[in-house]
Design a protein around this ligand. Sequence first.
Ligand SMILES: *[C@@H]1O[C@H](CO)[C@@H](O)[C@H](O)[C@H]1NC(C)=O
Ligand SMILES: [Cu+2]
Length: 227
Amino acid sequence: MATWNMFSFQDAVSPIMEQLILFHDHTMMVLTMITIMVLYMISSLMLNKFSNRFLLEGQMIELIWTLLPAVLLIVIALPSLKILYLLEEINKPLLTLKAIGHQWYWSYEYSDLKKIEFDSYMKQTDSIQNNEYRLIEVDNKIVLPWSTQTRMLVTSYDVIHSWTIPALGMKIDASPGRINQGSILVMRPGIYYGQCSEICGANHSFMPITLESVNMKSFNNWIHKIS
Ligand SMILES: *[C@@H]1O[C@H](CO)[C@@H](O)[C@H](O)[C@H]1NC(C)=O
Ligand SMILES: [Cu+2]
């Protein structure tokens, strides 16, 4: 999960997030290169005493400073588009989880198992346990089996919310009257946190998302217990 002195992403827990982190690093390398180049050109322009008052045109330098940015843009755009289409990919999901945003909590449905529906409210500060985190723990966690393809459907009951788990690289808008789809593949067991990511009203900051990733056996036990 995110803690107070983190500057970069959380560890990837899904293949999509791994790709996103690699793309981020790739883009940062390009940006660093451009910044160093521009800073070098600015400083060398300011520090030398040359001038050329009769300069009219320079075909070669114009060609270079037109083509070079175009190539750099392609180098960034192609992997970006690759991930964009990868995000839409969904491969024979074993189960479907539906999240519905409400002011101000999430409710979940596992509609293709038995009729499993529950609300997921933030735990108030006076009811959290010693090993839990304030303002991000919920009373009813989502439980999913790890290493299993899951279809994620997100919608809203009232205003626009956004269902997010950064460690999974997921952020899906919850719009009323519309169902958005994503896919989840959690690579490790564990507890992963997220928060509503679209300003949705007074208690927007207090409708967190908590996902518990367990093995298939524990998931089955949980299904039997809850239904
Ligand atoms: C926001 O949540 C707090 C605590 O649960 C509650 O007391 C308050 O009434 C809520 N605000 C609104 C506008 O519903
Ligand atoms: Cu919100």
